[in-house]
Design a protein around this ligand. Structure first.
Ligand SMILES: [Zn+2]
Length: 381
């Protein structure tokens, strides 16, 4: 644990100095007078949460050598954002279980490789139950492996009927591509970088998939025409997100990006390419928020990796390739938050916990995530 603390502090110090140098960002303590007054805040609030790929290290993002990989976060978003330089994930470092934990605000212990519902109520259930919102107001766009159950827990008092709409874009695309033509989409339709043998239980949900496909008017040719990289599932996710935002304008939209997890294949260049693409897609989401009347001026965007990846120095680790050791690099990441309610150009250097996200969303929207383990981040608003 001492190693974790020491490394996290070193990463934070280095990043803070770098950020101040690069962008002129200020420490929170110097800006206590800049909070927005309550009367200035928009009454209708929306939020988009984006998890920045499947495991992204500081080394390739906000650390000095990583800056070149995230030009949009650095230049477009950071000057308008509150940036948390130490976000610590103390849970299981598997993508589904970690994202489910982010969504419940409590460290889940469900099997990462089974599509099991979270044990604690999700942010989607708190939001809908307390604020009496319809199902159409909460959507999740996620990679296929395991995530079909992330939107709804089995917690007593919550659960069935209170969750989010889940869109698994790869499955939507698969259902839209004729069986004989799927050979051209092998890379795109590949479900997981960790469990290539994973077979989802798709049969029971085919009717729902068909309904969503029709509703979202998924058109393969349209996606292919607009995407810069047709090998990217994350491009597809943003394509779907755009459709969801225009057709349903949900107040709470959760997008799990996953291309970065291609790092498991062992090619550093593919990992970095995916980070650069994720950086660009995050900027596109922010632009989309600004250009859509249902979102402009009332939407906050929260961007954070689900966790990091192994350090190059940790014995038993494989560096960027995996997230197996649970070392400080794999547990310490960052969060960037931007929006009309959020203070601009602020760096929060104290460690926060990954589980603080849901309580913070609770403060933002006005619901009480009573079973969450984290705390609202008070410096944000
Ligand atoms: Zn992974």
């Amino acid at each position: 644990m001492q190693d974790l603390k020491a490394t996290a502090a070193a990463v934070s110090r280095s990043r803070r100095e770098f950020l101040r140098d690069a962008t002129g960002v200020c420490l929170a303590s110097t800006l206590l007078g800049s909070r927005l007054k309550a009367a200035q805040r928009p009454r209708i609030r929306k939020a988009v949460v984006v998890t920045f790929g499947g495991g992204a290290r500081d080394d390739e993002t906000f650390m000095p050598d990583g800056r070149q990989n995230i030009p949009h976060l650095i230049a477009d978003l950071l000057p308008r954002a509150t940036f948390f330089s130490q976000v610590v994930n103390r849970g299981i470092l598997g993508h589904y279980v970690a994202n489910a934990s982010l969504a419940t605000g409590a460290y889940e212990t469900i099997n990462n490789f089974i599509a099991a519902p979270p044990e604690h109520p999700t942010v989607f259930e708190y939001f809908r139950k307390e604020l009496r919102r319809p199902a159409s107001d909460v959507w999740v766009i996620a990679p296929s492996v395991g995530f079909e159950r992330i939107g709804e827990s089995r917690h007593e008092g919550y659960g069935p009927g209170l969750g989010a709409n889940i869109v698994l874009p790869k499955r939507l695309l698969a259902s839209a591509v004729p069986a004989g033509a799927r050979g051209g989409f092998e890379s795109l339709l590949h479900d997981s970088y960790e469990t290539p043998s994973y077979q989802p239980d798709a049969g029971a949900s085919q009717v729902e998939l068909d309904r969503l496909t029709g509703m979202l008017k998924v058109s393969v040719s349209e996606f292919l025409a607009g995407a810069r990289n047709v090998e990217s599932a994350d491009e597809l996710s943003i394509f779907i997100a755009r459709r969801v935002m225009r057709q349903f304008a949900p107040s709470l939209l959760w997008i799990t990006l996953h291309d970065i997890d291609v790092a498991h294949a062992g090619a550093f260049s593919l990992y970095v390419d995916a980070i650069r693409r994720t950086d660009r897609l995050c900027a596109e989401i922010w632009k989309l928020i600004q250009s859509e009347p249902e979102y402009a001026g009332k939407t906050s965007l929260f961007i954070l990796p689900d966790f990091g990846r192994d350090s190059d120095e940790t014995p038993g680790g494989n560096g960027f390739q995996h997230h197996r050791t649970g070392d400080a690099r794999s547990r310490t990441t960052w969060m960037l938050a931007v929006g009309p309610d959020i203070r601009e150009n602020v760096l929060i250097d104290r460690p926060i916990d990954s589980m603080d996200l849901v309580p913070t969303l609770g403060s933002y929207f006005g619901f009480s995530p009573r079973f969450a383990q984290g705390k609202p981040v008070s410096e944000l608003f």
